[in-house]
Design a protein around this ligand. Sequence first.
Ligand code: HAM
Length: 430
Amino acid sequence: MAETLKSVRGMNDLLPPDSAKWNYFESRCRELFARYGYQEIRTPILESTDLFSRGIGEATDIVEKEMYTFPDKNERSMTMRPEGTASCVRAYIQHSMHRKEPVTRWFYSGPMFRYEKMQTGRYRQFYQIGVEAYGVAEATVEAEQVAMLYELYSSVGISDLTVLINSVGSGEDRGRYREALTAFAALFKAELCGNCQRRLETNPLRVLDCKVKTCKALLKDSPSILDSLSEASTAHFEQAQEALTSMGVPFTVDARMVRGLDYYTGTVFEIVASTESLGTQSTIVAGGRYDGLVESLGGPSVPAVGFALGVERAILSLDGDPEEYRAKPDVFVVSRGEAAAVAKLGLAAELRAAGLCVEFEHRATSIKSQFKRADKLGSHFVITVGDEELAAETVKLKDMSERTEEEVPRTEVPRLLDRRVKRMTEGGEF
Ligand code: HAM
């Protein structure tokens, strides 16, 4: 027997009815982001490795150990994108967006790839939906993005959320903070894990992300980055908080949150959901300001801010049976006899042309099993066509929720159904 093939570990198939839940969530994002003035961008999945090593930072976990990198046939180093921001910045520069418009607002969605240790909510191929805004230095734009997210999650019923914000300041601020943190950690350097000891040399802020219990305990009273901020950085962070308050978004300042990517400057934020199904992977969104990245990747000096949300984590937080998200047919056409089986094709085509969602059975099965199928699919109406109805130029029309059936003229069916389906839709039934 041939060996069965399986998908690559950490990379999952998405099947119905779960895909209906995904579609629902994705379309909510699209609608909402459009309302806030964000337009879609699609960038390639494969980019040259340099983009990510320069963009995300050589000394980050992603670049050091999580990227899917390989040489192409010309021995150029390629990487499957681990995130979307670096690609957006590349596209922003490549298409000279700053010359075309003072402010650019993009959103994107698609698979990202990271060679990570797998667990619930953490995969090697995962989907992000992200937003990036270029050209606005005011902190109101990051506050607006957080407010947009708050609206998004509340509207889909994920309301037990904590918004965490912090500021990682400017390059100079972080330089000051690195010194303060290194001096503090020097007191117990030998007790830190090997990774943290190395990080103190290469990228000290990363020690704050360490998950090792002893490191966490030792670093518990480390100095706050907020004490290293300049006056301008402090004022910016205050503006962000004021805007959030004004927009009615509750938040908590978490001075230990420094984020795992190196490009951040100023405000950073995360949204944490308290859904049990997420396990330890409860951060459903993360983002922040990255004012230096466009310039450091060879573009003009343009301020930028954005976020990415994890789609799998959003779906895990969404209550409800995936079946509830599946579109139900408006009508299922049942036939009795060979002539009716042909006639139903014409009727179904006519109803579909009228914009209705129509299903029928292709296989020659009994009336009973056709009705069973209609019931299983949750069809709102069932039309039955048989020899008698064909001769009388009528059909039987059954309302599946009311359980009532009537005989109506065949020519009346599209008009009648259209009216009834519309009434149901407007009544908020589906
Ligand atoms: P990130 O924190 O690396 O930021 O990822 C953002 C979100 O993607 C996470 O909060 C999480 O919900 C989801 N995520 C990350 N890794 C995985 C994984 N292995 N499995 C499942 N979900 C995951 C970024 O990617 C930045 N580009 C965000 C950003 C945009 N900052 C500015 N603009």
